[in-house]
Write a protein of this length. Structure first.
Length: 334
């Protein structure tokens, strides 16, 4: 079972468009979940009928005069949106008491993803999924890329996303060049709520899907959540294309995670398919490297079992590690 702090955070579990009429089974922090919709609203419950333990995700959503209900596949017990059983077909006159209910978790949609929180938060933790204004702005186009199942920890993947200095080697010819390996790390601000990085810069031969040539690209990062990060990038030579990209990760253990990239663009003429292909290509370059890192859990602090040395270009990742320590994040760290 995950530590308490991780259960109090919102986590993405599935892309919204994959949750339609039928219930869907997913897992989060060791909990088996069933996701389903009621008049469009999303619900996340323990994937276990309280009667005889059958998986509710094998059932179906019914339309009744009282409203949509989720039917257990074993004995047909019907559960309303709040999780309470309202009808037992074998005993139609029986009025199920309050205790005849499944465990319901908080669920909501944001940025094209379904998010779930398992426990109520303590003071100081965000009460909503990370904000990403561009993804919901009518002036921006949103594209969801993924899911990507990755054999490394969620913090390792976040740190890779924040790292500009690997561009010239891992993404040579795309996001960087060996001859332009120097980067400007930017100004890092730290707070209990996360990180902000401004005025970072890198030379990129192809900074976005339809880029016409190389340019210096300005980067701004935000880390509002231990397993999420946002970047906003703009070419500094008058190119009108603007991009904002969010990395949202579901931790699947200390050495595995599932990630989505949510891209928001302005003035980019690429098709949605081209944007997804571009992100798929870039991530395919990252994957073998991040999956090769050992340990897969991120070493943080002086008490880490495996020490890692740092260079001047690692200020952002060092700040990220301090943020995880401040929150007391255990899952995916060592």
């Amino acid at each position: 079972m995950a530590a308490m702090i991780e259960r109090q955070l919102w986590h993405p579990v599935v892309a919204s468009h994959t949750l339609r009429e039928a219930p869907l089974a997913r897992g989060l922090l060791g909990e088996a979940l069933v996701l389903w919709r009621e008049h469009g609203a999303v619900h996340a419950w323990a994937d276990r009928c309280p009667h005889r333990g059958a998986r509710l995700s094998l059932g179906r959503v019914l339309t009744t005069v009282q409203g949509p209900r989720l039917e257990c596949p074993y004995h047909g017990w019907q559960f309303e949106a709040g999780g309470r059983c309202r009808h037992v077909p074998a005993s139609p006159d029986f009025q199920p008491p309050l205790g005849h209910a499944t465990t319901a978790f908080e669920a909501r949609e944001a940025h094209g993803l379904v998010w779930v929180r398992l426990d109520a938060p303590t003071a100081g933790l965000p009460d909503a999924p990370p904000a990403f204004a561009e993804a919901g702005d009518a002036g921006w186009r949103r594209v969801v890329c993924g899911p990507y199942a990755v054999a490394t920890s969620a913090p390792r993947l976040v740190e890779n996303f924040l790292d500009l200095s690997h561009f010239g080697f891992v993404h040579e010819g795309w996001l960087g060049e060996r001859g332009h390996a120097q980067v400007l790390g930017g100004v890092v601000s730290e707070s209990p709520q996360g990180l902000q990085v401004l005025k970072a810069r890198a030379w990129q031969p192809r900074g976005y899907a339809e880029a016409g040539g190389g340019a210096w690209v300005d980067y701004a990062y935000e880390v509002p959540h231990p397993y999420a990060a946002l970047l906003r990038k703009d070419a500094s030579d008058g190119d009108p294309v603007r991009n904002a990209i969010a990395l949202f990760i579901r931790p699947d253990g200390d050495e595995a995670c599932t990630a989505w990239f949510v891209m928001a663009t302005q003035n980019d003429r690429s098709s949605d398919e081209a944007l997804v292909d571009f992100q798929d290509t870039v991530f395919a370059q990252d994957r073998p490297v991040v999956e090769s890192q050992t340990p897969k859990a991120l070493p943080i602090g002086r008490t880490a079992r495996v020490a890692e040395v740092h260079g001047p270009a690692d200020r952002v990742s060092s700040a990220y590690r301090r943020y995880l320590q401040r929150l007391g994040i255990a899952l995916g760290t060592c």
